[in-house]
Design a binder for this molecule. Structure first.
Ligand code: FE2
Ligand code: FE2
Length: 313
């Protein structure tokens, strides 16, 4: 039989090419495992740190209704983090180690969460743009080659689309409101537009891992392809709201049936990735404090579990 002549690695690639999911007990190349652990744990960290900018506004939401919606949304993000840590654990990563790497600054998370949330309109803009970008990044991950990651993303994406709509609805309310409210929405868009474009990662030319990740079907689209889709999706939505996208190079290109747009400030992007974002230190410190202050809860839960085990025995 011909398949007997295939190496383990070739058989693995053949399964991927046929769109057969890789499961935790299957053989996989070490580099595939490492790439996934890095990507999934970064994604999990982003969900956790992503709670902080919006958590900042829970106590200041303009109504009880807005407060409960925002609270539910932030809670969803905690849940996303938990599914993702669990998915990474199926690859042999330990949760303690992943969290230790986050707390020491060794692990990365999405740089978007290192920007401050200065007004209520930021809650609208984050839901609309940041969760919108997350959806574009994550919908293709529902078909990613690693089973536990793909399955976790199905539920995450359903919740993200709720997040995006609630953000858009905040923007719509502001844009249909008083002149000051509309100005607040525009000011928030001005600050968040470019950092959101950075969420898709470096330009393809500066993304050396993309090719291998596409071959393994961990990634389905390149960073630049997703960035283009995002611009094409968001510009009509901004027009609908009556807002101006802060890019003077933005122009419809009839030939490519998409928008041409200006260059992302890559110096700013790399600076934030390196930990020099406006809120980088504050965000990390908040996570470390939460971990330290939660130590007694973890200890109590373990002691309780131990007691129950003894009682059952
Ligand atoms: Fe999320
Ligand atoms: Fe979200």
């Amino acid at each position: 039989m011909e398949t007997l002549e295939l190496t383990q690695e070739e058989q693995f690639q053949a399964r991927i090419d046929e769109d057969i999911r890789i499961e935790p007990k299957d053989w996989m190349p070490e580099a595939y495992r490492k790439t996934l652990i890095r990507q999934i744990s970064q994604h999990a960290h982003s969900e956790l740190v992503g709670m902080l900018p919006e958590g900042n506004w829970i106590t200041r939401a303009p109504s009880l209704k807005r407060k409960s919606i925002l609270l539910a949304k932030v809670q969803d993000e905690a849940g996303h983090g938990l599914y993702l840590y669990s998915a990474a654990e199926t690859l042999g990563a330990s949760r303690d180690q992943m969290l230790a790497d986050l707390h020491s600054g060794k692990a990365k998370y999405s740089s978007i969460f290192n920007y401050p949330t200065l007004s209520w309109a930021d809650m609208g803009t984050i839901g609309w743009l940041v969760d919108g970008a997350a959806i574009l990044n994550q919908v293709p991950l529902c078909r990613t080659s690693y089973g536990p990651y793909a399955r976790a993303m199905v539920r995450v994406c359903k919740e993200e689309s709720f997040h995006q709509r609630q953000g858009f609805e905040i923007m719509q309310t502001l844009c249909e409101g008083a002149t000051e409210q509309k100005a607040m929405a525009q000011e928030a868009l001005n600050r968040w537009w470019w950092p959101t474009l950075m969420m898709f990662g470096p330009a393809d030319a500066d993304s050396p891992n993309t090719e291998q990740s596409m071959k393994w079907r961990i990634k389905r689209f390149t960073n630049d392809e997703l960035r283009q889709k995002f611009v094409d999706m968001m510009v009509p939505q901004a027009e609908f709201l009556g807002l101006t996208v802060p890019d003077d190079k933005l122009q419809w290109n009839e030939a490519k049936q998409g928008y041409d747009f200006g260059d992302v400030d890559w110096a700013e992007f790399w600076d934030v990735v390196k930990g020099n974002g406006p809120c980088s230190r504050e965000r990390l410190q908040a996570r470390v404090d939460a971990w330290d202050q939660g130590a007694w809860v973890r200890e109590a839960a373990l002691a309780h579990a131990e007691k129950r085990k003894q009682r059952a025995a």
